[in-house]
Ligand binder design. Structure first.
Ligand code: RB5
Length: 145
């Protein structure tokens, strides 16, 4: 299952992503928000990231105005490696090399066409492991410093 969440800045774009996931036949859980009314992005980041850390979701998408606030909040949750991307090369390589488990992007930054390509690049790429695993282990060890 793929977890997805947004704040008001990402609401419209999230609706496009939901449609795309349905068309792709990807199972997802929408953690809100469910209207363009103002909400606080850390609240949404928390529930989505909790689902990833609990193993309920394999990967997640978080959308706010810029993607930045969501990624900052998500990276505070132990076990989360969130990347804020607005190009497909980064969305692919953050899976390949960083084993990112959350992709963030901005509803006020990327259009729906590019956003869906980011989603596809992220979903369709597996972590490469090897030398990158050692580096991920070092990144995750920083959580305990
Ligand atoms: C909300 O106005 C905006 O600050 C939020 O969506 C996000 O861009 C924060 O990083």
């Amino acid at each position: 299952m793929i977890a997805i969440g947004c704040d008001h800045g990402g609401f419209e774009l999230k609706q496009e992503v939901l449609k795309h996931l349905e068309e792709r036949g990807v199972e997802y859980k929408d953690f809100g928000c469910y209207s363009p009314e103002s909400v606080d992005y850390p609240d949404i980041a928390k529930v989505v990231c909790d689902a990833v850390v609990a193993g309920e979701a394999e990967l997640a998408f978080l959308v706010c105005g810029t993607g930045i606030g969501m990624s900052m909040a998500a990276n505070k949750v132990k076990g989360i490696r969130a990347a804020c991307c607005s190009d497909t090369f980064s969305a692919k390589f953050t899976r390949l090399h960083n084993d990112a488990n959350v992709l963030c992007f901005g509803g006020r930054v990327v259009g729906p066409g590019l956003a869906l390509q980011l989603v596809d690049a992220f979903l369709d790429t597996e972590f490469e492991g090897g030398r990158h695993q050692r580096r991920i282990d070092k990144v995750m060890a920083l959580e305990n410093d």
